[in-house]
Ligand binder design. Structure first.
Ligand code: GLC
Length: 738
């Protein structure tokens, strides 16, 4: 009992310490606020981009530096490196109250070490690896003077036409929430203020991924039920994980710009979720209320934004130019301004910047951290885990030792900068390892002959013949095809998501040589490649793997690493199916397995099923699912349902399986999806090894959102399903909730 008293005492002390620290910082914030003039308060809400301050002298906007020196700037983005952050911080410390600047940057998938893009990492379903990736990105950024990253992007996306799907975690709220937590913890560590951690910024609040037609910056229209069940959960998970800041979004939600949305920023985030951090607007989004036709001028836009809870103004200069007049004329209460200033100052104190404004800008630490060789190894391991094996006919993979000559064909065989895609803020992309380099280093004795075959996105077929000959002279062909790295990211929506250019035509010519063809596909989104899907002998999908791509692909093709990735987004057969997702409604006229072909919810020219399902991915080994057990048939009185089953590696290689738990509420007063992901686990097993896998089903997992009533559960019948893909349920069982 003594041990528990000690533990209880320790925990109470911990809670007391946190509360004591919060009270101490709040007191310091209040004392500083009392000293600040109206202008100085407004200055804290103003954020500039650094390019116009640190770039070439003739590009500089002189007034920006003046504003910094006069305390009219609270934060800078796009200033990076110890040298520049020290110089700009020194300018800020010339101001009357010497309030230090926050330095922020889009460290989305690595700083110097380029990790796989977030959608690629999501395919790993490995939370520890994702957390480690964010931690290393934070360590390198923090060593370069950065206090704050504009990540994780947690926008749920069901539409691969949208270019920003590559920045997120895919289509599912449960997986997206787990990844949001992992990334926030990875970026921020255990406590803000450590010099190997940065503040996270959860973006884009909210529902930006549902832009109509997948076209970036387009309006978003949806019910509150969809918003609550699909798009908000990862934001709530990130807030509960302690995310220091949020960023709002460019889109409107049901007619109101997110930046001006009191419903999102005050009602949900700051009141219902009791969020204490601050919200930064997305770049210029306050000013953009004018072209939206929502504000008549910048003054109105500023008033909407501060009222709605948008605390900091990125690059609109709306607060700097308009807030003083709005407050002096009584149109805006100074309390709104004070609330925003206090939230921002709180974080500066929490980071320890008042004790030492140069705390994160240390030349020695920058040098040591940037040379840490373990970072590349971590990026390679993350890339290994992110690769998805989509097809492997007749076990053509892993590459057999009797293969002596391989034709390497395709416009991405030697790609380097493409591998980093977009949002690489510091990386030297010439240091990326191409697929050709990775394979040659791994398969030293094998001969590789290269032919580009075609460019990524042109109609030029003049190099086809050279590629065909190269294929004819080889034992086997490896093609590396896909998008260009800059075809996804912000403002990169595509109406056609097939492989660009003539790449599939090239594949058909190569396939006609009769050689076995392995295709590695790269892109920042689910792509459509039906000919390849039908005719290739093996397909490996990587999204964008970052700096270690070549090594990781060699690791998988050689089976040094047995592929374990599972798709975080549905791959459609045609863009006409989009939006297409696994957690769909059955409809009143479901597509029956057989029988009446009329009057069903289907197309007359396409199946409803995807080309590849959410959660799908193959391995070089196989797994069996047996012996499903439940500890009860009926959940009552708030009880949990404990489920277990046996997973066995029935193949000849060690491998990892992502086991997935899906639930279905069969009858409810709001139509429920045919299945929803409610649990997963990544399990490594030796050949022949078995393990009992356990899941706990809680009443909260059975809840759904009902307008006017919030989250509710209803008694009734449920189905639980487990399997290795959303369209491959291996075990099922029913249970009831009373
Ligand atoms: C961009 C993006 C946002 C990014 C910000 C700063 O427009 O929408 O994700 O963090 O501006 O670069």
């Amino acid at each position: 009992m003594k041990r528990y008293n000690w533990l209880l005492g320790f925990l109470c002390l911990q809670v007391f310490n946190v509360q004591a620290q919060e009270q101490f910082i709040s007191k310091r914030v209040d004392s500083l606020l009392k000293l600040m003039t109206l202008k100085e308060k407004i200055g804290q809400l103003n954020q500039y981009s650094g390019r116009e301050v640190t770039g070439p002298a003739n590009d500089r906007k002189a007034y920006l530096l003046k504003d910094i020196q006069n305390g009219m700037v609270g934060s800078m983005l796009n200033v990076k490196g110890v040298k520049d952050t020290r110089e700009i911080q020194a300018e800020a410390l010339k101001s009357r109250l010497k309030i230090p600047l926050l330095f922020s940057l889009d460290v989305v998938h690595g700083y110097k070490t380029v990790f796989p893009v977030p959608l690629s990492e999501a395919a790993s379903w490995d939370m520890e690896a994702i957390k480690q990736s964010a931690h290393i990105a934070a360590k390198e950024a923090a060593a370069s003077g950065i206090h704050w990253t504009f990540a994780p992007m947690v926008d749920i996306a069901r539409d691969p036409r949208w270019g920003r799907v590559m920045e997120g975690a895919g289509e599912d709220p449960f997986l997206g929430s787990a990844i949001a937590r992992a990334r926030v913890k990875g970026f921020q560590g255990e406590q803000l203020g450590a010099t190997d951690a940065v503040m996270a910024c959860v973006k884009h609040f909210a529902a930006y991924g549902a832009a109509i037609a997948g076209r970036d910056y387009n309006p978003v229209d949806m019910s509150e039920q969809q918003l609550r069940e699909i798009y908000l959960p990862p934001f709530k998970a990130a807030a509960e994980a302690g995310a220091a800041t949020f960023m709002n979004a460019f889109n409107t939600l049901n007619g109101v710009p997110a930046t001006a949305s009191t419903f999102l920023q005050r009602d949900i985030l700051k009141k219902e979720w009791n969020y204490k951090g601050f919200v930064v607007s997305d770049w210029g989004s306050i000013r953009e209320m004018i072209p939206w036709g929502f504000a008549a001028n910048l003054s109105e836009a500023a008033a909407y934004a501060i009222t709605a809870g948008s605390d900091m103004d990125m690059e609109s200069e709306a607060y700097k130019n308009e807030l003083e007049k709005l407050i002096q004329t009584g149109k805006i209460s100074v309390d709104l301004l004070d609330d925003a200033v206090k939230r921002i100052l709180y974080k500066k104190f929490e980071l320890g910047l008042f004790e030492n404004p140069y705390k994160f800008s240390d030349f020695k630490r920058e040098d040591i951290v940037m040379k840490d060789k373990t970072h590349a190894a971590a990026a390679r391991s993350m890339a290994d885990k992110s690769i998805v094996l989509l097809k492997n006919e007749h076990q053509i993979l892993p590459l057999q030792t009797d293969v002596k000559k391989i034709a390497l064909i395709g416009p991405l065989v030697r790609a380097k900068a493409d591998l980093a895609s977009t949002w690489t803020v510091y990386a030297d992309t010439t240091q990326m390892t191409s697929v050709e380099e990775g394979l040659k280093q791994r398969f030293g004795t094998m001969k590789f002959n290269y032919a580009e075959g075609c460019k990524i996105n042109t109609s030029d077929t003049s190099k086809f013949n050279e590629a065909i000959q190269t294929a004819q002279n080889a034992d086997l062909v490896v093609m590396v095809l896909g998008e260009a790295g800059n075809m996804t990211g912000e403002a990169k929506s595509r109406a056609n998501i097939e492989l660009p250019g003539v790449q599939e035509a090239l594949f058909q010519k190569i396939k006609k040589t009769g050689k076995k063809v392995i295709v590695v596909v790269m892109g920042g989104r689910p792509l459509i490649f039906n000919t390849i899907a039908d005719q290739a002998d093996a397909i490996v999908y990587t999204f964008w793997l970052g700096g270690e791509a070549g090594h990781a692909i060699a690791d998988v093709l050689s089976a040094d690493y047995n592929p374990s990735g599972k798709l975080p987004m549905t791959f459609p057969r045609s863009v006409g199916q989009v939006p297409l997702f696994y957690n769909y409604a059955n409809t009143g006229r479901p597509v029956a397995k057989s029988g009446d072909i009329h009057y069903r919810s289907a197309y007359i020219d396409s199946p409803n099923t995807p080309r590849y399902a959410f959660g799908f991915g193959m391995s070089y080994t196989d797994f069996s699912y047996t012996d499903l057990r439940k500890d009860k048939e009926i959940m009552k009185g708030g009880e949990n349902l404990n489920v277990s089953f046996t997973l066995t590696n029935t193949g000849k290689r060690k491998g990892e399986e992502v086991v997935q738990l899906y639930l279905q509420d069969k009858v409810a007063s709001v139509v429920r999806p045919v299945k929803e992901l409610k649990g997963f686990d990544k399990v490594e097993l030796e050949p022949g090894e078995s393990k009992t896998i356990k899941f706990v089903i809680t009443p909260e997992m059975l809840a759904f959102y009902k307008s006017e009533r919030g989250w509710i559960t209803e008694p009734g019948s449920f189905k639980l399903m487990v399997g290795g893909a959303s369209d491959q349920m291996r075990l099922e069982s029913d249970f009831k909730l009373e």
